[in-house]
Every structure is written in C-alpha cells, then in structure tokens.
Design a protein around this ligand. Structure first.
Ligand code: HEC
Ligand code: HEC
Ligand code: HEC
Ligand code: HEC
Ligand code: HEC
Ligand code: HEC
Ligand code: HEC
Ligand code: HEC
Ligand code: HEC
Ligand code: HEC
Ligand code: HEC
Length: 495
C-alpha cells in the first residue's frame, strides 16, 4: 500500500470511531463515570463495529439526558436477566440480514443450536436455561473467538467448560451420575498436554463436543455418539494438511473403516464394536502403550486376553517390548481372523518369529496346531457332506445335525484357544471337536447304510414277490391245462 492510502484509511477508521463513539451518548456518560461495563466495552468487538450500549440494552443513545436515554418508553430494558440475555444476543446473531448490515459474514443460528443442546435444560432456579450466551462469551469485552483472550479460544475454553464440569458440588445438584473428571483426564492426554503448552490445534472440549449444539453422549445426534465418533476424530486426524507439522500418520480412519470393527460399527451399527475412543479413551486420549493394549482389547475379548496373559508369549513379548494383540492383528485395520494366520507357511504370523532354526519349539507347535485346525475343519466338512447326502436320500438326521453344532462350537473355541500358544491345551479343545465330528460322521454313515439296506431289502422283496407271482401264474396255467385234459375224458360231460 502507498503511504497516502495508508493515511487515508487511518483517517477513515478514526472518523468512523469518533463518529460512532460521539453518537453513543450512553458510552460517553458511562465512561465518564468510569464503570466496569464501559471500561471493558472499549475492547469489545461490538464497540469496534460501532454498536452502541443500546444495541443490547435498548434506550436512546443520541441524548445526553440520562432520564430520556434510559427511558422504558425509548425501549430501555435495563440489564437483561435469565433467558432475556440470550434473546438480546439472538436479536442480531440469529438475524442474517441484520448481521450482513454490519458487514458480518459470521454463521448465524447459535441461539437455535443452543436450544437444541443439553445446556438448554432448565437451570436449578427452574426459570432459565443452564447456559446463556454470556456464560461462555461474557457480556462486555467480547472479542473474536479467534482472539487469544477470548474465553472460548482453544487454550481457554477447557477452563470455561470446566468451571461447571469440574465443580463437584454444582454438577451433583444437576446430575449426580455425570463424571466431573473430564479436565483432569484431559490434562493426561496428548491433546491436553499440548493444549497446556500452548498448542491451539489439538482437540479441546469444543472440537469434540461442538460449541452450541452440545448434546449428551447417548443422543444419536451428538458428535460423540458412538457411530459419529470416528468422523469427529477424523475431522483433524484424516486432514493431512492440518496434521502436517506433527509427523504422525493420517490414515487411521481410512484403515479403521475397512476393519472388522469399523464395518461392524459404521455399516451394521453394532454398538458392541469399538469406535476410536474405546481404544484411546475419551478425555485421556493417548495411543494405548505396549503394556495396556491387551487390557484395551480385553475389555471386549476377555478370553483371548486371559489366555494370552498365561501364555509363553506374555513373557517373550514383554522382553522384546512387543505390543500384545497388535503384533499379530494390527491396530486400525484389524481384519477377520482366519487359520491362514496360524502355521509355518510364509503368510502365517507365526513365521515372522519362528522357524526351524529360530525359536524352533514355537515353529513345531505352530505347524502342529495348524494341522489340528485343518483336520478339525476337514472332519466337520466331511460329516456335514455325509449328513447332506443322507438328508437328500430322505433319511431322518435332525439329531445328528444338531450334534454337529458342537463340533462347530469346538472349532470356534479352538480359534480362541490358539491364544494359549500351548500345543497340549489346543489339542484338548480340538480333540473334543474331532470326536464329535467323528460321532456325527458315524451317524450319517449309518443312516446312509440303512437307506441302502432298505433299498436292497425292497429289491429282494420285490424279487420274491415277482418269483411268487410268476410261480402262481405258472401254477394256475398248469391247473387250467390239467383241468382241460381231464375234461375231454370225463364221461359225464357226454351225457
Ligand atoms: C447522562 C448519563 C447517562 C446516560 C446518557 C446513560 N446512562 Fe445508563 N446509567 C447512568 C447512571 C448514573 C446509572 C445508574 C448507576 C447506578 O444506579 O449505579 C445508569 C445505569 C445504567 C444501567 C444499569 C441499569 C440496571 O438496571 O442495573 C444500564 C444497563 C445502563 N445505564 C445503560 C445505558 C444505556 C444503554 C444508555 C444509552 C441508551 C445509557 N445507560 C445512558 C448514567 C447514564
Ligand atoms: C453485547 C451486548 C451488550 C452490550 C453492547 C452492552 N451490554 Fe451491558 N450488559 C449486557 C448483559 C447481557 C448484561 C447482563 C449481565 C450479565 O449477563 O453479565 C449487561 C449488564 C450491564 C450493566 C449491569 C451491571 C453489570 O456490569 O453487570 C451495566 C451497568 C451495563 N451492562 C452497562 C453497559 C454499558 C454502559 C454499555 C455500553 C458501554 C453496555 N452495557 C453494552 C450486554 C451488553
Ligand atoms: C446489535 C447486534 C448485536 C447484538 C445485540 C449482539 N451482537 Fe455479537 N456481534 C455483532 C456483530 C455485528 C459482530 C461482529 C461480526 C463480525 O466481525 O463479522 C458480533 C460479534 C460477536 C462475537 C465474535 C465473533 C467472532 O469470532 O468474530 C461474539 C462472540 C458475539 N458477537 C457474541 C455476542 C453476545 C454474547 C451477545 C449478547 C450478549 C451479542 N453478541 C449481541 C452483533 C451483535
Ligand atoms: C457452552 C458455551 C457456549 C455458549 C453457551 C455459547 N457459545 Fe458461542 N461459542 C462457543 C465456542 C466454544 C465457540 C468457538 C467455536 C469455534 O472455535 O469454532 C463459539 C463461537 C461463537 C461465535 C463465532 C461464530 C461461530 O458460530 O463459531 C459466535 C458469533 C457465538 N459463539 C455467539 C454465541 C451466541 C449468540 C450465543 C447464545 C445464543 C452463544 N454463542 C452461546 C461457546 C458457547
Ligand atoms: C478428544 C475428544 C474429546 C475431548 C477433547 C473432550 N471430550 Fe468430552 N467426551 C468425549 C467422548 C468421546 C465422550 C463420550 C463417551 C461415551 O461414549 O460415554 C465424552 C463425554 C463427555 C461428557 C459426559 C460425561 C463423561 O465424562 O462421559 C462430558 C460432561 C464431557 N465429555 C465434557 C468434556 C469437557 C468439559 C471437555 C474439556 C475439558 C471435554 N469433554 C473434552 C470426547 C471428548
Ligand atoms: C454453566 C455451567 C456449564 C458450562 C459453562 C458448561 N456446561 Fe456442560 N453441562 C452443564 C450441566 C449442568 C449439564 C448437565 C445437564 C443434565 O444432564 O442435566 C451439562 C451437560 C453437558 C454435556 C452432556 C453430558 C451428558 O452426557 O449427559 C456435555 C457433553 C457438556 N455439558 C459439555 C460442555 C462443554 C464442552 C462445555 C464448554 C464448551 C460446557 N459443557 C460448558 C453445565 C455447564
Ligand atoms: C481439533 C483436532 C483434533 C481432534 C478433533 C482430535 N484430535 Fe487427536 N490429535 C490432534 C493433534 C493436533 C494431535 C497431536 C499430534 C501429536 O502430538 O503427535 C493429536 C493427538 C492424538 C493422539 C496421540 C497421537 C500420538 O502422537 O501418539 C491420539 C491417540 C489422538 N489424538 C486420538 C484422537 C481421538 C480418539 C479423537 C476423537 C475422540 C481425536 N484425537 C480428536 C488433533 C485432534
Ligand atoms: C481397536 C483399537 C483401536 C481403534 C478402534 C482405534 N485405534 Fe488408534 N491406535 C490403536 C493402537 C493400538 C495404536 C498404537 C499404535 C502403536 O503405537 O503402534 C493406535 C495409534 C493411533 C494414533 C497414533 C498414530 C498412529 O497412527 O500410530 C492415532 C492418532 C490414532 N490411533 C487415532 C485413531 C482414530 C482417529 C481412530 C478412529 C478412527 C482410532 N485411532 C481407532 C488402537 C485403536
Ligand atoms: C502370536 C499371534 C497372536 C497374538 C499375539 C494374538 N492373536 Fe488373536 N489370533 C491369532 C490367530 C492365529 C488367530 C486365528 C485362529 C484361527 O482362526 O484359526 C487369532 C484369532 C483371534 C480372534 C478371532 C477368534 C476369536 O477368539 O473369536 C480374536 C477376537 C483375537 N484373535 C483377538 C486377540 C486379542 C484380543 C489378542 C491380545 C490379547 C490377540 N488376539 C493376540 C494370533 C494372535
Ligand atoms: C468395544 C469392544 C471391542 C474392543 C475394545 C476390541 N474389539 Fe475386536 N471385536 C469386537 C466386536 C464386536 C467384533 C466382531 C465384529 C463383527 O461383527 O464382525 C470384533 C472382532 C475382532 C476380530 C475378528 C474376529 C473374527 O471372528 O475374525 C479381531 C481379530 C479383533 N476383534 C481383535 C481386536 C483387537 C486386537 C483389539 C485391540 C487392539 C480389539 N479387537 C478391540 C469388539 C471389540
Ligand atoms: C513377534 C514374534 C512372535 C510371533 C509372531 C509368534 N511368536 Fe511364538 N514366541 C515368540 C517368543 C519371543 C517366544 C518366547 C520363547 C522363545 O523365545 O522361544 C515364543 C514362544 C512360543 C511358544 C512356546 C515355545 C516354548 O519354548 O515352549 C509357542 C508354542 C509359540 N511361541 C507359538 C507361536 C504360534 C503358534 C505363533 C503364531 C500364531 C507364534 N508363536 C507367533 C515370538 C513370537
């Protein structure tokens, strides 16, 4: 910019202020009294926009006359109380046309959003909502939300929310079951530690919960409702540009969405499947450390975690500082487990650490366990095929079919039993299934044999009947012929 232009613009801004301030007789008189409101107002964004005290309080701001200025007849409302506070703010902030007339492009509708959120419940007095606009923004001395001194600026907002949420006595009166440890836990998280050090880009209360439309975690529309959480976290964590300076991967959501967990939660709406926070925590969000992964996974897969803890891998992995479940299953892109994971083939996870020369005991066990699994699967399939055949032949095999479920159950149990990483224990589980499968196989074979037996019986019977019928026929023919012969020599017939 050239110097004359700079001067011109400074003059323009000054004129605007002098004019605006001069026109605001409310401010002039109150400033002369040196009250708190007008002192704070000097740094208020509304003051900078030329908005008068009367913008919120009503009255006539063009007169020096105290009475006239603050006359109810001139719309003077005094200091608003209760819900009238938010209504005074909404008179501009929910009116797009009015906001444009001040040259503002800010979003509108904060009041409407606030009404649909949890803070619009009635306060203890029963006369007003829990939070007004001023609860979070203040009344005088309001600055832009991106100004570092704003109470809702990322580094300050945690205190603004915690003023109520960490106040045990206060929260108890509203909802005794609501925890009050959010700030405390937040301070232990990667987000909270960075926030305390002045990093305004990490998550704070409002980045996860929203600012005006804050809802209970059980509300389907809440940003922290289970099925919405992955999107809430990935707003930042999948934004490579935003996360550039941190040097951490930004593919968590992409991978998670393809995982058994992501598919179950996001596609099947199975609330039993984990969202990001089930593994990372809500307020204390950190990557689960090497020591805690099996605890995290074990909250849902308890049996696997118990077996693992008692297995030879527990000690072995601890010594190598390997994360427990993650080493074999991954973290974000956990896929359905198959028996391909098990064994000595290159694609089996066991081969990563066990070979004929390296940790050979585990290598042998892996091979043997895979063989057992395969033979159980084969036995189950074989029994099923025979049952199907018997059924097609019209034999009654309902009971055997029911028993086969036990073999299937043993197969499922054996998948979990893998985590004992103990060939003997594994063999026991598989043996149960193998004996059931062989029992069912026998039942099916018996039914098929019976079918053939009946078929042969029927054949023999019809052969006997045919022979009988033929002999009967021949016998009758012989009788008839005999009768005919004796008939010609019958003397009585010629009488
Ligand atoms: C000539 C001086 C003067 C002018 C002009 C003036 N006020 Fe006041 N105002 C006062 C005084 C004095 C009080 C009373 C202070 C007290 O009671 O402690 C007061 C009180 C108030 C209060 C507090 C009322 C309450 O109910 O607590 C508000 C709000 C207020 N003024 C706003 C305004 C607004 C808005 C305007 C312009 C439309 C305005 N004032 C113009 C002098 C003035
Ligand atoms: C953006 C809206 C807004 C503007 C502009 C505004 N006020 Fe207020 N004022 C309020 C609200 C809301 C209250 C109610 C008390 C509260 O919520 O803190 C209030 C309360 C007051 C009170 C009561 C005592 C107190 O401090 O709480 C006085 C006096 C007052 N304002 C004076 C003024 C004066 C003088 C101006 C102009 C210099 C002004 N206000 C501009 C919103 C505003
Ligand atoms: C007379 C209309 C009017 C009233 C009443 C009003 N505001 Fe504003 N407010 C504005 C305008 C205009 C701006 C500046 C917008 C901009 O810079 O784009 C603004 C800015 C703000 C900002 C800063 C937004 C940002 O980050 O740039 C906040 C916060 C705010 N107002 C809160 C309030 C609160 C709280 C109240 C009620 C106590 C209130 N306003 C009452 C017109 C109003
Ligand atoms: C529970 C606290 C809380 C309450 C109550 C609240 N706000 Fe906000 N407000 C925030 C936070 C936090 C932000 C910052 C959002 C961000 O950084 O994106 C914000 C941002 C804003 C902004 C900037 C534009 C925007 O929407 O992001 C305006 C304007 C604003 N609030 C006005 C209001 C008005 C008007 C009310 C009352 C109807 C209100 N706020 C009530 C917390 C609150
Ligand atoms: C990284 C995202 C994140 C941040 C940051 C965050 N929260 Fe939460 N918050 C959550 C999630 C997720 C839940 C829901 C947990 C659930 O499903 O029960 C939650 C739940 C809550 C609850 C309900 C009670 C509870 O503790 O489960 C409150 C109240 C709450 N948060 C307040 C806050 C406050 C205050 C802050 C700032 C100090 C904050 N939150 C910061 C994600 C976050
Ligand atoms: C004026 C005190 C106050 C402030 C400030 C406040 N809250 Fe609240 N908040 C409450 C009260 C009270 C409730 C409980 C409502 C109920 O369940 O009856 C609540 C409920 C919540 C809930 C829903 C908890 C649940 O799962 O039921 C969340 C989430 C929440 N607040 C987050 C925030 C965030 C984020 C901020 C800051 C931007 C904030 N609150 C600021 C008082 C406050
Ligand atoms: C406002 C943006 C934002 C949101 C929303 C957000 N995060 Fe973060 N998160 C960050 C930033 C920035 C870091 C710091 C990265 C670092 O230090 O490595 C971080 C760090 C983390 C870390 C630690 C990574 C490490 O360095 O080891 C975890 C875990 C994490 N976030 C999980 C979550 C989860 C889970 C959610 C949702 C409940 C979430 N985040 C929501 C911005 C966000
Ligand atoms: C099934 C548990 C689980 C789920 C679900 C999960 N994570 Fe993770 N996440 C982990 C584990 C375990 C690590 C530790 C990685 C390591 O240190 O080897 C991790 C690491 C991270 C990190 C650190 C950087 C990295 O990629 O290693 C971030 C950030 C993160 N997760 C964010 C998320 C987000 C966002 C979601 C949801 C979209 C999510 N996580 C879902 C278990 C999970
Ligand atoms: C040394 C590798 C390894 C480790 C470590 C490991 N698993 Fe597995 N896991 C497997 C193999 C192999 C299978 C597949 C078994 C099959 O289908 O035959 C499997 C299958 C599973 C299954 C599906 C079968 C079932 O039980 O429902 C789950 C769930 C599972 N693992 C969870 C875990 C958890 C939780 C941990 C940590 C406590 C863990 N795994 C640690 C190798 C491992
Ligand atoms: C909040 C509960 C929860 C947590 C925590 C959890 N899971 Fe799961 N997991 C599930 C559910 C539910 C399924 C079944 C999904 C489906 O319907 O396919 C599943 C499926 C699996 C499967 C596939 C099972 C199969 O039959 O093939 C594996 C492997 C697995 N989880 C491993 C893990 C690991 C490793 C962790 C920890 C890093 C973990 N899970 C954390 C609930 C959880
Ligand atoms: C990340 C490396 C790693 C993977 C993957 C792994 N193991 Fe191991 N395994 C070890 C370590 C370390 C030990 C500890 C004892 C040792 O050093 O031999 C061990 C021990 C064992 C043992 C006990 C051997 C003994 O000395 O009694 C068995 C059995 C075993 N593993 C089976 C398996 C099977 C089956 C798989 C595949 C599902 C597997 N392991 C995958 C590292 C691994």
């Amino acid at each position: 910019m050239k110097r004359p232009m700079i001067v011109a613009s400074i003059v323009a801004v000054l004129c605007f202020h002098v004019f605006a301030v001069a026109a605001d007789k409310c401010f002039v008189c109150h400033e002369a009294m040196g009250d708190k409101a007008s002192t704070l107002f000097k740094r208020d964004i509304h003051f900078a926009k030329g908005i008068s005290c009367s913008g919120c309080h009503g009255g006539n701001s063009n007169t020096d006359d105290m009475q006239e200025a603050m006359d109810k007849a001139n719309g003077f409302r005094g200091a608003p109380k209760g819900d009238d506070v938010s209504k005074a703010c909404a008179a501009c902030h929910s009116d797009g046309v009015k906001m444009k007339s001040f040259g503002s492009r800010l979003p509108t509708g904060q009041w409407e959003a606030l009404q649909s959120g949890v803070h619009a419940k009635l306060s203890l007095s029963g006369k007003e909502h829990i939070a007004q606009c001023t609860t979070c923004h203040g009344a005088h001395g309001i600055v832009s939300v991106s100004n570092a001194s704003s109470p809702v600026y990322p580094l300050n907002v945690v205190k603004t929310c915690a003023r109520c949420h960490a106040d045990a006595a206060y929260m108890q009166t509203y909802n005794p079951s609501l925890p009050i440890d959010q700030l405390e836990k937040y301070r232990t998280s990667v987000h909270g530690m960075r926030n305390a050090k002045g990093d305004s880009k990490t998550a704070e209360c409002a980045s996860c919960h929203g600012s005006h439309d804050i809802r209970s975690a059980n509300d389907l529309k809440s940003a922290v409702y289970a099925t919405n959480i992955p999107a809430t976290c990935s707003k930042c964590h999948s934004d490579a540009e935003y996360m550039k300076s941190y040097n951490i991967p930004t593919d968590q959501f992409e991978r998670y969405a393809k995982s058994v967990h992501g598919l179950a939660l996001l596609q099947k709406h199975d609330l039993g499947a984990p969202a990001c926070n089930n593994c990372h925590g809500n307020h204390g969000a950190t990557p689960p450390g090497v020591e805690s992964i099996s605890k995290v996974c074990g909250t849902c897969h308890a049996l696997n975690a118990d077996l693992f803890s008692a297995s030879p891998h527990k000690k072995g992995f601890d010594a190598l500082k390997l994360p427990e479940c993650e080493t074999c299953h991954g973290n974000h892109e956990i896929v359905a487990a198959t028996n391909e994971l098990l064994g000595t083939a290159p694609e089996a996870v066991c081969s990563r650490c066990h070979s004929a020369s390296e940790r050979p005991k585990g290598y042998e066990a892996a091979g043997a366990m895979r063989q057992l699994t395969d033979s159980l699967e084969a036995a189950e399939q074989d029994a099923r095929a025979l049952l199907d055949e018997a059924e097609q032949k019209g034999m009654e095999v309902g009971e055997a079919k029911f028993t086969l479920r036990d073999a299937r159950q043993a197969r499922l149990e054996s998948r979990t039993a893998v985590h004992s990483f103990n060939e003997k224990k594994f063999t026991e589980t598989v043996a149960k299934g193998l004996s059931t499968a062989s029992f069912v196989r026998q039942e099916a074979t018996n039914a098929i044999d019976e079918y053939y037996f009946r078929r042969i019986g029927l054949g023999v019977a019809s052969l006997i009947i045919t022979i009988l019928a033929v002999s009967l026929y021949l016998f009758i023919r012989r009788l008839e012929r005999q009768q005919a012969r004796t008939g010609t020599h019958n003397p009585q017939s010629n009488q």
